[in-house]
Write a protein that binds this ligand. Sequence first.
Ligand code: SAM
Length: 244
Amino acid sequence: MGWQAKYVTQFPQFAEVEHALEIGAGGFATAIELSNHFQHKRFYGIDFVLSARALENLADAPSNLTVVKHDARDLRVFAQGYFDLVYSVAVMEHIRELALHLEETYRILKPGGSYWFWQAPFWSCSLGHHYRHSKADCPIPDYAHLHMTRDRLEMHIIEQGRTSEVAKKATDFIFDRPDLSRIGRTDTRRIIEASPFEIAEWRDDKDERYDPEGVARVLANNIYDIPEEDLIYKGAKVHLVKRC
Ligand SMILES: C[S@@+](CC[C@H](N)C(=O)[O-])C[C@H]1O[C@@H](n2cnc3c(N)ncnc32)[C@H](O)[C@@H]1O
């Protein structure tokens, strides 16, 4: 099993789950893997994009998996109290309207049901800009999205020898992309605490690229008032519960 499927099956109540939903299923590999492995359970996967990779993977998906092309900010396609488990990986940082998404997820869970998610990278970490962040040719210095204004960053990329087209494409992506929340760790937690969910577990993941010099630059020009503690962390593994 891949690490994401393993992550889901480690949920303490997984054995009892009858109906599970994956939010932002991407290529649907995890949903397909789990459906094949646990044929007596019903799986659902939702994403507002069905990529070519997803369609290829889904060509021979098992019949206990239902795929829904839809926006996770509106889950009215699902009945109230239907799911025992909702899970997502690397999706929460893409949803600007987090409170709405949490309300919707709460509604479709059974009382006692869980929303498990792994969220990374937060906007408030070194690579939170998301622009080609895992690629060697990424033109954005770590943390620069947190301490440079859009114009300054665009100019900086050009000063580093990149074309103005590259600089504009990068800054348009970072500051205008609609599916990027631009919400840091503390603000994310505050929104979750204000939601109807109870936080059963919150495990911070350290930012392995943590760099004191980069952090000092953010603190010297902290455009978004990011709490210093947020700069230590890249992501979080979170377990939310709908109390009975
Ligand atoms: C970084 S990818 C992660 C995909 C997959 N979970 C994985 O780990 O490989 C984020 C996914 O969330 C989806 N997504 C983002 N915002 C969404 C929304 N509001 N509704 C539905 N899907 C969304 C994107 O289309 C994308 O497939």
